[in-house]
Write a protein of this length. Structure first.
Length: 67
């Protein structure tokens, strides 16, 4: 369908239906907008969020056969 055909079909609608088409087009525009506003990350935000045990790098018993 060409733009002209679409315009002709919309123009032939009653005024209340043209308003609905207009509202729907605005809805589609809002839906298609990329939501690119992201919070800026701050350095050190996760500090003290989790703790690692002192033996974190120690070999695990489960993998003893593979080492």
């Amino acid at each position: 369908m060409t733009d002209f055909q679409l315009y002709a079909q919309i123009s032939s609608l009653p005024a209340d239906l043209r308003k609905e088409v207009s509202d729907f087009v605005e809805f589609l525009k809002q839906k298609a907008k990329p939501n690119t506003k992201l919070k800026e990350r701050q350095f050190g935000y996760a500090k003290d969020f989790f703790k690692m045990t002192p033996d974190f790098d120690a070999p695990l018993e489960d993998f003893k056969d593979y080492m």
